[in-house]
Design a protein around this ligand. Structure first.
Ligand SMILES: [Zn+2]
Length: 449
């Protein structure tokens, strides 16, 4: 399962690329990036790095790895399974939520492992070096461990947000004892400090009375997370028209820099202001927000209010794939379309959201999200050789509007090579996809029984 140059601590000189630092150093055309012991050692022209393996990046773009800020990785096993309308006699299928709950309850730990591995392989292939795995089908500690194992083996940087089981009964607490156990044994899960723990919180249940969670339960859950000093993430859109959720959280004193809000599409201006006042970070997942009918992403409003914003995949059941380049492109297009202004959001603004700002929203900006000396070496090299690229013009605009995962030639996380010459290195993509197919067949046969 290992191959050449995959060992952390590699000594690499990425030579002569157009370096988009996304840091105060700005753009450095024709610069070198020296990586050793997992860390960016130096960035500059004509560096001398004795003993380093030289990777020629001339004519290519060198950028920080992309940062995803919310992704239900387990259900990548169900990629594409969200179409069709629910029918009265088939309530388990049709649409995202019914399918997620109806099929998700038949997952065994091995299926969570297979789905998370597939998602993680897709991430590395697509130049995503940090993921936020929003694990909301934890049906027991084995399911959490399966997800953590897949993330650990993937080589990615991650937040693993420990959640509940999809379809979790509203009158029951999430498994706080298991959460505490995982927290206390965290040294065995953090994979050389690449993974940190968070809590995927179901919140108050939104506007639908049938979904509502009693205040004593949701307060106990968030209190437990804060007691364990873990960051929390919660969806704050609910079904279309569910404005008011952020108000509920604000009134209950539950907002803060440690609570990430996901999907503020339906939030009122007052709610956005309250979230900004609390310093709460936000995750925007334009493809899924559009696909499920939450409405337009409101990235421009969130940024204008001063909220920390990151971009996200959310779920490939709806988005189809985990192409964060396409996420950037639609983010900019929606923001400019809504503003009826060509320059409401520039490509560079959006690239910041997918790199340093996304990292900041996860509390990882001192570690990753930009290319700076001393930071962990999470780096991508994007080739311009495809006919859909071809020329080096405005590199930020090329990444946001033209690049695709297939153009990502090299991916490093912690200085370790996850993709090289366009091919995944530390995981076997063929084995992962065939294991995923076998797992899905098992899940579907149990679901049909
Ligand atoms: Zn979500």
């Amino acid at each position: 399962m290992t191959s050449r140059a995959s060992v952390s601590g590699a000594n690499l000189l990425i030579r002569g690329g157009y370096v988009l630092t996304m840091d105060s150093a700005g753009d450095l055309p024709g610069a070198d990036v020296h990586v050793q012991d997992g860390v960016i050692q130096r960035i500059g022209a004509n560096l001398d790095a004795p003993g380093a393996e030289v990777i020629d990046a001339a004519g290519k773009i060198v950028a920080p790895g992309l940062v995803d800020t919310h992704w239900h990785m387990w259900n990548t096993l169900l990629r594409g399974m969200s179409d069709g309308r629910p029918t009265p006699d088939g309530p388990d299928r049709g649409g995202y939520f019914a399918t997620c709950v109806g099929i998700g309850r038949h997952f065994l730990p091995g299926d969570t492992y297979a789905g998370t591995r597939l998602a993680a392989a897709e991430a590395a292939d697509a130049g995503i070096t940090t993921v936020h795995d929003w694990a909301h089908n934890i049906r027991g500690r084995d399911w959490a461990e399966a997800g953590l194992r897949a993330l650990g083996e993937s080589g990615l940087r991650a937040r693993f947000s420990y959640g509940y089981a999809t379809g979790h009964a509203n009158d029951q607490l999430m498994a706080l004892d298991d959460l505490a156990t995982i927290r206390s044994a965290w040294l065995s899960y953090h994979a050389d400090d690449r993974i940190h723990l968070g809590v995927a919180w179901r919140g108050t249940g939104g506007s639908n009375p049938a979904m509502r969670v009693a205040p004593e339960l949701y307060r106990a859950e968030i209190a437990a997370a804060r007691e364990l000093e873990l960051p929390v993430s919660v969806h704050a859109c609910g079904p279309p028209g569910a404005a008011g959720q952020v108000l509920t959280y604000a009134d209950a004193g539950l907002l803060g820099p440690d609570v990430q809000l996901v999907h503020l599409n339906n939030a009122s201006a007052t709610e956005i202001a309250l979230a900004a006042e609390a310093g709460t970070p936000v995750s925007v997942s334009p493809w899924t927000e559009l696909q499920i009918g939450y409405g337009q992403p409101v990235t421009g409003e969130l940024l204008a209010a001063g909220l920390p914003v990151g971009l996200s995949v959310d779920t490939t059941m709806l988005s189809g794939n985990a192409d964060l380049f396409a996420v950037m492109k639609v983010t900019q297009a929606c923001a400019n379309g809504q503003a009826r202004h060509e320059f409401a959001l520039t490509a560079r603004d959006v690239l910041r959201l997918a790199t340093i700002e996304g990292a900041r929203s996860l509390g990882l900006d001192a570690v990753t999200g930009s290319l700076a000396v001393g930071k962990r070496a999470d780096v991508i090299v994007v080739s311009l050789d495809s006919p859909s690229l071809g020329v080096l013009t405005d590199p930020a605009r090329l990444l946001v509007t033209a690049a695709t995962p297939r153009d990502v030639e090299l991916v490093l996380v912690d200085g370790r090579v996850l993709k090289r010459d366009g091919k995944l290195t530390i995981v076997d993509a063929k084995e992962i996809t065939s294991a995923a197919r076998a797992a899905l067949a098992g899940v579907l046969s149990r679901a049909a029984a």
